[in-house]
Design a protein around this ligand. Structure first.
Ligand code: ADP
Ligand code: MG
Length: 677
């Protein structure tokens, strides 16, 4: 059986079994699935093209029996001569005494090893009895730990395949193998270890890539289905006409993408399922409008709504724009850290009595004393800035409220497919019409004066600018000092009619407020700031965003900062000041100047950083695939997702006997069993 311990494989003793355990190989099945992490491919080239000291592969016939000599302690040298292109070549193999019996005069052998062009000698690192297939030798390279050696693993797997390969069962339904022309499981598995050609290997990899993605998608989607069925929520019977009338009062009509997302949200709200949905949309794509309409729907169903945001500035801004949008339709309260004492008490009472319909706030919202009469709808903006626990606390202030998370950090489609398997996702992938593309430039630090002159010209046109200060790692204090220095420098540079403001995290809330208000009223034309303006600030008259030390920021943060401009109908500019040292830094700057599309940018970011880094390894929930590569094999991932969707929606696992093996496999899967408990 494949579940046999590896010691059942001929030649595997207790010691080697222990070595294998280090790399999590315990059973025969584990061993067969211990795929090489890469392959060394050596083409057979004419002797005249071989380069001294290179690793090369040659093919020839053995002229003399190998001679074996021992030296030092348990060391051996095997030497023989072979003929290649009518030239006698010496082959040397160290510590492979056992090979003496395998290599006989007249045999054709394929040898890979280090080439010594002066002595016409090869020091063999791997060999094969027989000719090379397709004039290339493909060597599997296994990842090694402890006492494991590549050779030993290879040998053991070869034996295991001989003894057990027939037990490998197909789990994919024939239909998919036919449709995508994939090799069957057994053959693909043998190929993964001992590929005869690159083409064969390619197809074997294609097969396992698809298999891994399909299994993963099936698991995630099954999980979501099970969760959906298990969590009781409230059916919110909202008033369609009132909701329509509310939207008709907007000075714009929703984009198609907004409408689509809204429809998905409303449909969740109407159902008894407890919504757990992520609304993704680039900065300025109009998430707030969608959020407002859904909260309003909840209010017409007699519920209360809560909106939690990460910063006070953002809370206040949302508060103002929602008060504006709702008018008489709702009582809205603002609850932040700076709302204290009597005022806070008053608000809490109104919330508890249901005299307030919507509460907007920061972490202050999740204090114990905040009690709702009937919280039916929760929105968490910039959800990644809150911990899981904080989100849960807010949710638990209602009785199974519908929850909408919002994020302006576009998550690459690639990751969204995988990472949020158990969350529903709506995407606003379209900007409201009429927005002008922000022009982005990258310049070196020594051009700062010219940048300031450029800003001066725009200010003469009535526009405003942000300047984000140089960043000093791990030191808030120094960052603030930097901001102060830069602020003073700029103040001195400009004539006194141009007013400069300063903003950083250490200012008191009312000081921050004051600066923001002055900037919003164009009493300040240039705002020097640390990254505290990153999230959500909305001053439509600001058209220039200058970012110092741009190479020190991640792409998505740069994009967030850039999103502070381009919010009105004037042409906006983003100027990146950076002297990146490495290629990746330069590439980032180039990408910023080339695209304004947050999704595209995040895909690029993912390519530069890799999926593990994107969210931070732990919380990402992204599995490690053995063969598949999420970025490279993105198309296969999409295909697998669609197939998984179809399989689950049409109940193929239960109803169709071609899917029986797949079903059994999933039933035995520990991931699902764990999650379902
Ligand atoms: P987000 O929260 O996604 O960054 P907002 O909801 O703040 O975006 O919207 C940005 C700006 O676009 C706001 O001033 C808003 O009034 C406006 N807006 C939203 N939806 C539309 C639309 N469909 N057409 C035109 N303008 C819109
Ligand atoms: Mg927003």
């Amino acid at each position: 059986m494949l579940s046999d311990s590896v010691v059942q494989v001929k030649g595997v003793g207790e010691k080697f079994a222990e070595d294998l355990a280090v790399v999590n190989v315990f059973t025969v099945e584990d061993l067969l699935n211990y795929f090489p992490y890469r392959y060394d491919v050596f083409e057979i080239k004419p002797l005249s093209e071989l380069i001294h000291d290179d690793k090369v592969t040659i093919e020839g016939s053995v002229v003399h029996e190998p001679s074996l000599t021992f030296f030092a302690k348990r060391k051996s040298r095997l030497m023989f001569t072979l003929e290649v292109e009518n030239v006698a070549i010496k082959a040397v193999m160290f510590n492979r005494a056992f090979a003496k019996k395998q290599i006989n005069t007249g045999d054709t052998v394929t040898l890979t090893g280090k080439w010594d062009a002066h002595r016409l000698q090869i020091t063999v690192s791997s060999y094969k009895i027989g000719p090379a297939e397709n004039h290339a030798s493909i060597q599997p390279m296994y990842s090694l730990k402890g006492d494991l050696t590549n050779l030993k693993i290879k040998k053991t797997i070869r034996t295991a395949i001989k003894e057990y390969a027939d037990k490998v069962e197909e789990i994919l339904p024939q239909f998919y193998l036919d449709t995508y022309k994939l090799p069957d499981r057994k053959n693909a598995l043998v190929t993964m270890h001992f590929p005869k050609s690159r083409l064969e290997l390619k197809h074997a990899r294609r097969r396992f890539t698809y298999e891994e993605f399909l299994l993963f998608q099936l698991k995630m989607q099954l999980l979501r289905k099970i969760k959906r069925e298990a969590t009781e929520g409230n059916a919110q019977h909202y008033d369609v006409n009132k909701v329509k009338a509310f939207m008709e009062g907007f000075p714009f009509s929703l984009t198609n993408a907004q409408q689509k997302s809204l429809k998905q949200i409303l449909s969740d709200m109407k159902s008894t399922y407890r919504m757990n949905r992520l609304l993704q949309g680039d900065v300025g794509s109009g998430k707030t409008a969608v959020a407002a309409v859904s909260i309003y729907a909840s209010i017409t169903a007699g519920k209360q709504g809560a909106l939690m945001v990460p910063t006070e500035i953002l809370a206040e801004q949302h508060y103002e724009s929602l008060v504006d949008m709702f008018g008489e339709r709702a009582n809205i309260a603002l609850l932040t850290g700076s709302v204290k004492g009597k005022k806070r008490k008053e608000i809490l009472e109104l919330v508890q009595n249901h005299e307030v319909n919507i509460v907007i706030g920061t972490h202050a919202l999740i204090q114990d004393d905040v009690i709702f009469d009937d919280l039916g709808f929760v929105i968490v903006d910039e959800q990644h800035r809150f911990g899981v626990e904080q989100r849960r606390v807010l949710r638990d202030k209602g009785l199974n409220p519908d929850v909408l998370f919002m994020t302006a950090t576009p998550i690459p489609r690639t990751l969204a497919i995988t990472a949020f398997g158990d969350m529903d996702v709506s995407v606003i992938d379209e900007m409201p019409a009429g927005r002008k593309e922000i022009e982005t430039y990258w310049t070196k630090a020594n051009t700062f004066e010219r940048v300031l002159q450029f800003i001066e010209k725009r200010i003469a046109n009535g526009e405003q600018a942000y300047i984000i200060c140089p960043l000093i790692e791990e030191s808030d204090k120094l960052d603030i000092q930097n901001a102060v220095d830069l602020y003073e420098q700029i103040q001195a540079f400009y004539p006194s009619v141009i007013k400069t403001g300063l903003m950083h995290g250490r200012l008191q809330t009312d000081e921050k407020d004051n600066v923001m208000k002055q900037f919003a009223a164009n009493e300040i034309q240039v705002l020097v700031s640390t990254t505290v303006v990153e999230v959500g600030v909305n001053v439509t008259n600001a058209t220039i965003m200058v970012i110092y030390d741009a190479e020190r920021f991640g792409l998505s943060q740069l994009h967030q900062l850039r999103g502070r401009v381009g919010r009105g109908d004037k042409q906006s500019y983003c100027i990146l000041i950076a002297d990146p040292k490495g290629e990746v830094g330069k590439e980032r700057m180039r990408i910023m100047t080339e695209t304004n599309d947050g999704f595209e940018l995040s895909e690029q970011d993912l390519k530069l950083r890799g999926p593990g880094d994107f969210f931070g390894k732990k919380q990402s929930g992204i599995p490690e695939f053995k063969v598949a590569d999420m970025i490279h094999d993105y198309r296969a991932l999409e295909t697998a997702r669609n197939d998984a969707q179809e399989i689950i929606e049409t109940n193929l696992l239960e109803d169709n006997k071609d899917f029986a093996n797949l079903r059994t496999y999933l039933e035995n899967d520990s991931f699902l069993q764990e999650k379902m408990d």
